[in-house]
Ligand binder design. Structure first.
Ligand SMILES: NC(=O)C1=CN([C@@H]2O[C@H](COP(=O)(O)OP(=O)(O)OC[C@H]3O[C@@H](n4cnc5c(N)ncnc54)[C@H](OP(=O)(O)O)[C@@H]3O)[C@@H](O)[C@H]2O)C=CC1
Ligand SMILES: Nc1nc(=O)c2c([nH]1)NC[C@@H]1CN(c3ccc(C(=O)N[C@@H](CCC(=O)O)C(=O)O)cc3)C=[N+]21
Length: 302
């Protein structure tokens, strides 16, 4: 068990609160005959994603959402997968589709994500969903990005005018975080591998988001005293005895002395990411219900 520190901004209580709220709503929907059900697609060896899939399944069940895993052989083609996804799109019993990473090299994940119907895009990764966050419609955002912003909100800091720095600009994490924060009124600086001095930018930040995938990239002297630090990185490292452990992108022990809040890894962004996925599933189900009820309104089609 990892010890909790006074400056730690823990994800578990935030995730639990989101899941409890989702459960309350799924129970009401189920009573009206609307049963949320997620399908998880994994391709080939699932070892690297096994922990996340297990967590997703366990939390989905707590939230009153059915969760089914479909593992396809590594030899499956892109076209065959797209056919399978289209069948899930057309199946009214499927609320949402999750495409687990990593996938074999011959699979183009972006094209697969694009094959998921936007109404069933619970991961918020379809180009239409990404486009919506640019247009300030934030309710089906990419899970990890939304989770990171949710953690910042839990500090109670006012986002309007807040100086925020995001390190990393990937499509699934860094860029969506920047868009979400801009929508909330923050002043956002985005750093990446060509940024001349990440340290100079990072030190000005009231809130620092780090999504790079490099262990201990962010050290204490790069952090403004009193800042909130949201560590999204997941890195497997070995100690001197060869024991493996998971750490983030932030040198947590030194940064804890400077920051007012820091998200631990594990136990920070990860659990909230799963909770947001489930909240997205609820959002998707409610939209599907509205669509159905609109299409079959009495005054339509007569
Ligand atoms: N907790 C969670 O739910 C999730 C955690 N993750 C973790 O977050 C991390 C980032 O994931 P992801 O965004 O997918 O990774 P990518 O590898 O797609 O992106 C990494 C980003 O970091 C930038 N970068 C690389 N080196 C530096 C550097 N020295 N200084 C500043 N920026 C740099 C890259 O810039 P450029 O493109 O210019 O090279 C790129 O934008 C990983 O550790 C991943 O495991 C990811 C998803 C979910
Ligand atoms: N399209 C897509 N969507 C994703 O959501 C996505 C992805 N790609 N690529 C990989 C990352 C990783 N990810 C995590 C989810 C949960 C935990 C999680 O639950 N972590 C817990 C437990 C970890 C543990 O038990 O070791 C924690 O941090 O405390 C972590 C990481 C989602 N990802």
């Amino acid at each position: 068990m990892v010890q909790s520190h006074p400056h730690d901004l823990r994800g578990k209580p935030i995730a639990d609160a989101i899941i409890a709220e989702v459960r309350r709503e799924t129970e009401m929907l189920a009573a009206a005959g609307w049963h949320p059900r997620l399908l998880s697609i994994s391709i080939g060896d699932v070892e690297a994603a096994a922990v996340y899939i297990r967590n997703q399944k366990r939390q989905a069940e707590r939230a009153g959402i059915a969760f089914e895993e479909r593992n396809f052989p590594a030899s499956i083609t892109q076209a065959e997968l797209e056919v399978a996804i289209r069948a899930m799109n057309a199946d009214p019993r499927v609320t949402g589709i999750i495409i687990q990473r990593p996938a074999p090299a011959h699979i183009a994940l972006k094209a697969l994500q694009g094959a998921v119907h936007p109404m069933k895009d619970v991961e918020g990764m379809h180009p239409a969903s990404i486009g919506n966050i640019v247009y300030n419609q934030l309710d089906l955002a990419p899970c990890t990005a939304a989770a990171s912003v949710e953690l910042l909100k839990a500090t109670g800091l006012k986002l309007e005018g807040l100086e925020v720095v995001v390190v990393g600009h990937s499509e699934i994490v860094g860029k969506p975080i920047a868009f979400l924060l801009m929508s909330e009124g923050a002043t956002v600086t985005v750093c990446h591998h060509m940024t001349r001095s990440v340290a100079i930018h990072a030190r000005r930040a009231d809130a620092l988001f780090v999504a790079v995938g490099k262990a201990r990239l962010i050290t204490a002297e790069m952090v403004k005293p009193g800042a909130a630090v949201i560590d999204i990185g997941i890195n497997v490292v070995k100690d001197a005895e060869g024991r493996e452990s998971v750490i983030g992108d932030v040198d947590t022990d030194s940064v804890r002395e400077v920051a007012a809040w820091i998200t631990p890894v594990p136990g920070g962004v990860g659990p909230v990411t799963v909770a947001i996925l489930l909240r997205n599933a609820l959002t998707a189900l409610k939209r599907q219900r509205t669509l159905y009820e609109t299409a079959y309104r009495e005054d339509v089609g007569r």
